[in-house]
Design a protein around this ligand. Structure first.
Ligand SMILES: Cc1cc2nc3c(=O)[nH]c(=O)nc-3n(C[C@H](O)[C@H](O)[C@H](O)COP(=O)(O)OP(=O)(O)OC[C@H]3O[C@@H](n4cnc5c(N)ncnc54)[C@H](O)[C@@H]3O)c2cc1C
Length: 276
């Protein structure tokens, strides 16, 4: 289908983009979620503000004990980043599992977090790595913990007139291990179930899921089952059996609630085995 007509602007800076961002406008990053929505006429903004080439939204750097990923950084750039391979290898490996080369070279991490597709990969990894999403509006910036950013089906803490500028991730201590496992939809590669696990040298483990429910979530039930334990086969088995317990499970033509629960346990066990 053909979208409704819209104006198109390409600002040079975040400040300029914020000035243009009114009720009738939508930000355009990689376009790999927005353009399909425009074509299906699920979204009909009067103006697109193309932020894909704003320099300050691009790139990956280390700063004050954190890895900072610009919101406009593409999945492919994350996949190739030596800094991420060194400190947060799950991100480089996870990026390689997203979509196909076209999606990875156009789609951005900021666009993915803002869109909050319940099957998107980044949310689970950013929550498990204890990331923060930095949002900028006309009155300044604020930071939201990734675990609080996703509030429901395609719904986030992003408010009208705000832009995600960057994602900040603590540089993990030496010896931290991390892994992301997903059961991918065979055509799109979206996660029917995705599980990210970060195991810190003090033995604490953070576990997060995507695809399972209407929003990604940190699974404290699994984390508590692992607390103070060595990751033996029995401990992993018992903890993974608690995956997505008490969560309202998605059900669609790809996977029923029961199957998703089963997949959550299987993929949690795989991710835990990988960091054990
Ligand atoms: C065929 C196909 C396969 C895919 N497979 C996967 C997959 O396996 N895993 C996966 O996770 N994703 C997958 N995706 C989605 C892909 O990763 C998208 O790129 C991503 O969801 C959106 O990023 P984008 O940069 O394209 O955003 P856009 O489509 O440009 O924007 C999406 C939404 O976010 C808003 N937005 C964009 N940037 C910002 C910002 N900085 N601040 C605030 N709001 C912003 C836009 O206004 C819009 O509402 C797939 C997409 C396609 C088309």
């Amino acid at each position: 289908m053909i979208p409704y007509a819209f104006d198109y602007t390409r600002p040079e800076s975040v400040e300029e983009a914020l000035d243009l961002l009114d009720d009738d406008a939508k930000l355009l990053a990689g376009g790999h979620s927005l353009v399909p929505a425009l074509k299906l006429r699920l979204s009909a903004p009067g103006r697109l503000i193309d932020i894909a080439r704003i320099p300050s939204l691009k790139g990956i750097r280390e700063e004050n004990g954190e890895i900072v990923i610009g919101a406009g950084t593409t999945h492919a750039e994350i996949m190739k980043s030596d800094l991420l391979k060194q400190h947060l290898p799950m991100f480089a490996e996870g990026a390689a599992l997203i979509g196909d080369p076209m999606v990875r070279h156009k789609g951005t991490i900021g666009g993915s977090l803002a869109h909050a597709d319940p099957s998107a990969d980044w949310p689970a990894m950013v929550i498990a790595a204890d990331g923060e999403v930095v949002l900028r509006g006309r009155n300044g910036s604020r930071s939201v913990a990734a675990a609080d950013f996703f509030i429901g089906f395609y719904s986030t803490a992003l408010e009208e007139g705000e832009i995600i500028t960057e994602i900040r991730l603590p540089v993990p201590a030496e010896g931290t291990r991390m892994n992301y496992q997903k059961f991918a939809q065979p055509a799109s590669r979206f996660a029917i179930v995705g599980c990210a696990v970060v195991r810190h040298p003090d033995g604490s483990v953070r576990v997060a899921f995507t695809g399972v429910s209407d929003a990604p979530f940190r699974d404290t039930g699994v984390e508590e089952a692992l607390s103070g334990q060595q990751l033996t086969d029995d401990v992993i088995e018992a903890a993974a059996a608690k995956a997505a317990e008490g969560v309202s499970l998605n059900s669609d033509h790809f996977a029923s609630e029961e199957y998703r629960q089963h997949l959550a346990r299987v993929y949690c066990k795989r991710a835990l085995n990988a960091v054990a």
